[in-house]
Design a protein around this ligand. Structure first.
Ligand code: ZN
Length: 60
């Protein structure tokens, strides 16, 4: 899974779709992947993309 920083945003590559990147905000937190939008946002959880960025930033 590739990860890059663009300005204030982080982009994490999709594990299933190569070359497709999700926009991640590790602080809110939010992610543009369907798993987060349709499931995790309601329950207050985080997806693996947010976890990956947070680990990189040593936020958890
Ligand atoms: Zn995600």
């Amino acid at each position: 899974m590739d990860l890059k920083k663009e300005g204030k945003e982080y982009k994490v590559e999709s594990a299933s779709k190569k070359g497709e990147f999700y926009t991640v905000d590790p602080y809110k937190p939010s992610c543009s992947c369907a798993h987060f939008i349709f499931r995790m946002r309601k329950s207050g959880g985080v997806c693996k993309h947010i976890i990956k960025v947070r680990k990189l930033l040593k936020l958890e």
